[in-house]
Write a protein that binds this ligand. Sequence first.
Ligand code: BGC
Length: 385
Amino acid sequence: MLKFPDKFYWGTATSSYQVEGGIQNDWSRLSGGQATAGKNYDAGLACDHYNRFEEDFDLARSMNNNAHRFSIEWARIEPEEGKFDQNEIEHYRKIILALKQRGLEPFVTLYHWTLPVWFAEKGGWLNPEAPKYFEEFVGKIVLEYKDLVKFWITLNEPNIYTLESFLQGVWPPFRKNYCTMNKVLKQLALAHRLAYKKIHQISNQAQVGITSCNAWYRGITRIANYKWNHQFFGRIKDCQDFVGINYYFTQSVLGFLKLINVIKEKNKTDMGYLIVPEGIYHVLTSVRKYNRPIYIFENGLADAKDEKREKFIIDHLKWTHKAIEDGVDVRGYFHWSLIDNFEWDKGFEPRFGLIEIDRGNNLKRIPRESSKIYSEICKNNAINI
Ligand code: BGC
């Protein structure tokens, strides 16, 4: 038995556009014509989590979770510039209360990649005023929920978002320009810094940070390590109360690991990512230098058959435990994801859920076998190896 520290947070993570359904934003509007060939950007009904959140949180509770990470959709709260929708504000209040009633600590993401249409039309993050618009939205939200929420994650993965949207050009606004990507990264760092200060002006219990998709770089690929893993944290390091890590990737020199793993097919997820549990240890130890509590806000895999998830979870937690033993202050683990969801431009096929969503049967929720193991781990605050 490897025990985790007392008061460790165990949860799962989701994001609004990927699960809620019925959202009008810069992605959904691409349903007609504008989308790149063969891709669908409209999540439609998604998992209807907007209406079924209580059922979903009951499932999280039955997995012995004590926390949950979700995001608030800016486009719902401020569908038109400067006009805030009180009904939607009340909706998210219900969500937060539903979590608390079930003993799940809410961890709220304020930006998980999707934007209100009006903001996108103003140039989105490239608009010089963008950080101020974001600050205003954040101020409104925090004023509403400051007594209910302690943990605020301003931005989800600035590195992945800017790569996909501004360099590779596969997500809105489909730009392919290295300088533009860097400009947006700076805008996001500024947006975070403004939001950080705003949240602390309003709430005296707040803990504020971002979460970044950090990778383990091996061999000569380490040259990219600073740009991908540390540049953004460096820009906000005096404005974060915790460090958030999402771990999915390892990069290795000459594709060596890739080669070995292609031979042993079993080490890949349904999306073709290599499974390298040890990487989480290196990613965690590498952010110790920021001297803040660390949360793993995402870790998971696409595995429709649920053949690899159980081992995946245990192996990643084994390495997380080792990091903790070596003095890294890790305070929580959130598995991605609670339910199968809309995997961005890849649609509904990749299955990341501990709970399956049966899309052919009224979006029925069906717990996968691996959810039982996760449930045991959360109950015992320990893994059995
Ligand atoms: C994102 C999620 C996404 C997951 C799996 C993360 O980069 O934050 O929105 O679904 O990876 O690909």
